[in-house]
Design a protein around this ligand. Sequence first.
Ligand SMILES: Nc1ncnc2c1ncn2[C@@H]1O[C@H](COP(=O)(O)OP(=O)(O)OP(=O)(O)O)[C@@H](O)[C@H]1O
Length: 188
Amino acid sequence: MPSSRPLVISGPSGVGKGSLIDKLFTAHPDTFSFTVSHTTRKPRAGEVDGKSYFFATHEEFDALVAENGFVEHAVFGSNKYGTSHRTITEQTAKGLIVVLDIEMNGVRQMKANPSIDPRYVFIQPPSMAVLESRLRGRGTESEEDVQRRLAQAAAELEFANAQTGDKIIVNDDLETAYRELEEFVFQE
Ligand SMILES: Nc1ncnc2c1ncn2[C@@H]1O[C@H](COP(=O)(O)OP(=O)(O)OP(=O)(O)O)[C@@H](O)[C@H]1O
């Protein structure tokens, strides 16, 4: 039986977190769950409250921050995003392993307030050059955005390397990295 502790997957943009998490969910369809984040941004067409996100006003969001309702939260542009304690405990109570895809500052917050005791996995690129080519190859970001993500990547790698006791997986060959992740997740 795998541990029921939530799994926090972190690492620079473009390193392959999404690809690895997709593989995990596909290979084990009834084992894992995502959380539903809170956001102050307005719903886009087709987005359902409580499914895509929990949509909140700034006042509602700030009230939840004040009562320590988030395990991590952040501001992107003019909007706030956060993962509530509640979304994690609800999914864990269903017997699912919660998977959180979180950036460095979120990990910092979770470690500073260790109320849910997750397992941390850091995904790293074989080199910065490979990371750059994956980010460009994905073709979803503007040049300015690629540059911003690469600058942030250096900080992400430095942060991960300074952590002790967490799992680090180098995503060189995707299948090999996936097997390493799977083995870690399903170990006793
Ligand atoms: N081991 C690998 N070898 C080659 N290409 C890979 C590998 N892993 C992922 N990729 C490719 O690299 C690109 C970035 O991967 P992905 O979108 O999964 O990254 P991410 O870490 O989730 O990024 P973000 O944090 O920005 O969402 C994708 O085009 C993906 O197909």
